[in-house]
Design a protein around this ligand. Structure first.
Ligand code: PGA
Ligand code: ZN
Length: 410
């Protein structure tokens, strides 16, 4: 049972304020979770903090501490219902999704320590697990990097041909390193600057950035689509102008109509044999997403801003065949319970899950466990930077666990 709960304001990887929550069960088992936050935020996500103030989330927690004392820390539903008794809004406007995230996961971590089991076991009743493939940023642009970088937010690598989690991580690291070498050669003034999620942030147009990313794989002797494959998070809502009803590629200097955007994305998916294409059109273009999903059955045509870890929106996407994969970000949903409800709908409908970090991250590693418990095919957590490596290192530790065998089938 929960014997104490305490929150504080600390800082995320962008140096912005966020909340951390400690939950203690039986006076000694500590669950401690710090909430992440995004930069390219979906319109229908849970809000991070009420009025964007972490202090207000903390005040809400402090005013309601007594409601949590005595609850069973492993009872996720009751923890969720208690959060909901404080905030009935659809998007956690009153307490903030960040607080719901931290409280619900900290409670489960505390429970797992009380039971002396790993967090992923406390989160799932399954008896065997597979590792999700790490999906990591090799090149960053858009909302995650400065002027002159590509409009496209993320170019990603996934070592789809590897058999072990260590091999998968090391392969991603090797491609990330090789790309730096190529970028330095291409532009001697390249500063080795990186975007928010650790991908290199060179002054390049979209197409050149993709070309050089492919080259990094080829230089290492990899064939795209075999040992490794590229992915792209287009984060197209960043380009979408409601007013013009067009996609504005400011840095590259062109504009796409909705039809042109589909073609633009389709050409990239084809040319670079992408295993993964996220938010290739804007967050409300369910029909345009369906066109791409029908066209590329072998690519994970993925919703992030489109589906915002919301089970009702995912149901709409399923009915409209708008995606065959979806990002799971607990703080988009709010509580871990909300996120598991989303995962249930996804898994029942053959929507492949990708558990994901945010651009403003903590150094926690709980999402590695959440990826396992939700049967995610991929874990999108970056490649370098302490807050990214923390998740990958947790996967390495988990490879010593008997219940996890082999890699997921994508
Ligand atoms: P965010 O970006 O965390 O800045 O929202 C990540 C993403 O779009 O996948
Ligand atoms: Zn995204």
């Amino acid at each position: 049972k929960i014997t104490s709960i305490n929150g504080r304001i600390i800082y995320n990887s962008r140096g912005s304020k966020t909340v951390e929550v400690d939950i203690i069960s039986e006076n000694k088992f500590l669950g401690r979770v710090c909430a992440p936050s995004g930069a390219s935020v979906g319109k229908y996500e849970a809000v991070s903090f009420p009025n964007e103030k972490p202090e207000e989330s903390l005040r809400m927690l402090n005013e309601n501490v007594q409601k949590f004392i005595g609850l069973e820390s492993s009872d996720l539903k009751t923890i969720h219902d208690t959060l909901r008794s404080i905030d009935q809004s659809s998007n956690y406007a009153k307490i903030g999704g960040a607080l719901a995230f931290a409280v619900s996961i900290a409670s489960m971590e505390s429970a797992s320590k009380a039971k002396d089991t790993s967090l992923f076991q406390t989160l799932s009743s399954e008896s065997s697990f597979k590792f999700p493939f790490p999906l990591g940023n090799i090149l960053g642009g858009g909302a995650h990097a400065g002027p002159g970088t590509p409009d496209i937010q993320e170019i990603l690598i996934c070592a789809i041909g590897t058999k072990t989690i260590r091999d998968a991580i090391e392969t991603n690291l090797a491609v990330h390193k090789e790309l730096r070498r190529i970028l330095e050669k291409e532009d001697p003034s390249f500063t080795n600057g990186r975007g928010d999620e650790g991908g290199w942030a060179p002054k390049l147009k979209n197409e050149k950035a993709l070309e050089l990313s492919a080259k990094a794989c080829e230089n290492l002797g990899f064939t795209l689509g075999k040992e490794v494959a590229l992915g792209v998070d287009f984060a197209s809502s960043t380009q979408w102008s409601e007013e013009k009803e067009k996609y504005v590629y400011e840095r590259a200097g062109f504009v796409n109509s909705s039809e042109e955007q589909i073609e633009f994305a389709a050409n990239i998916i084809k040319k670079y044999k992408l295993i993964y294409a996220e938010d290739a059109v804007h967050e409300e273009a369910f029909e345009d997403m369906a066109e791409l999903t029908a066209k590329f059955p072998k690519t994970l045509v993925t919703g992030d801003d489109l589906t915002v870890t919301n089970k009702d929106i995912l149901t709409k996407a399923i009915n409209m065949k708008s995606c065959n994969a979806a990002i799971l970000k607990v703080n988009q949903a709010g509580s871990l319970y909300d996120a598991f409800e989303f995962a249930k709908v996804a898994n029942q409908n053959n929507i492949k899950l990708i558990t994901s970090h945010r651009s403003g991250e903590s150094t926690d590693s709980h999402i590695a466990h959440i990826g396992l418990a939700t049967k995610s095919k991929m874990l999108k957590v970056g490649i370098v930077g302490g807050e990214r490596v923390a998740k990958l290192n947790e996967l390495i530790r988990l490879s010593e666990h008997d219940l996890i065998r082999g890699m997921a089938e994508i």
